[in-house]
Write a protein that binds this ligand. Structure first.
Ligand code: CA
Ligand code: CA
Length: 201
């Protein structure tokens, strides 16, 4: 006849419970980390798409001859100046002041600027997560990621006629893990081949 647990049984039960508790905690930890990581990835992905869309909308209304610089592939550029069509006044097209979208490499930022280099320049930062080089690219004089461009930066424009190709890699550091990297690209066509384009003073 037995009543209750022996000391040995009690010790074993407590030990087993402890093991379960540790396992459950580690499962919860992993789940939390995965969720945080997923949220971060979604945020970086969304920001990359948003910034690319903003750049696309900004340059879409420009005149192709206003694009500066214009380097043929495989050369490419991490900045672009342009002027957009603001509308018609007295039968003439009114062109905007020069605007610029550029990568500020030291700060990993893309900024939009109105009147670049002028005393009254205005700047707005669109993202601060730009990778130094496009995904898969390292500075070695070669095209490491096979996209036809050599040593392209985290923001890269290529211009061919009216088409502006743009590529963007965002990179977010993570503690104790590989950084999160997202690359997006698109091509937009300048829609303002109208006569009477004049460079801003
Ligand atoms: Ca490349
Ligand atoms: Ca390279």
């Amino acid at each position: 006849m037995r009543s209750g647990f022996t000391l040995l049984e009690m010790v074993m039960t407590i030990a087993l419970l402890a093991v379960f508790a540790v396992k459950i905690t580690s499962v919860i930890d992993t789940t939390t980390k995965t969720t945080e990581s997923d949220i971060m990835r979604t945020t970086v992905d969304a920001q990359a798409r948003q910034v690319l869309r903003q750049i696309g909308f900004a340059v879409m209304g420009s005149h192709p001859e206003s694009l500066d610089p214009r380097m043929p592939a495989p050369l490419n550029q991490a900045s672009l100046k342009y002027q957009v069509n603001l509308g018609i006044s007295d039968g003439k097209v009114v062109w905007s002041d020069a605007e610029e979208i550029a990568l500020e490499e030291g700060r990993r930022q893309i900024y939009w600027s109105d009147n670049p280099d002028a005393a009254d320049e205005r700047r707005v930062v669109w993202t601060s997560l730009v990778a130094p080089y496009l995904e898969g690219e390292i500075p070695n004089g070669m095209d490491d990621n096979g996209n036809g461009l050599i040593d392209e930066k985290g923001l890269s424009f290529t211009i061919a006629g009216q088409a502006i190709s743009m590529k963007l890699t965002l990179e977010r550091e993570r503690e104790g893990q590989e950084p999160l990297v997202t690359t997006v690209e698109t091509v937009v066509t300048c829609r303002n081949m109208v006569e009477g384009w004049a460079r801003a003073e």
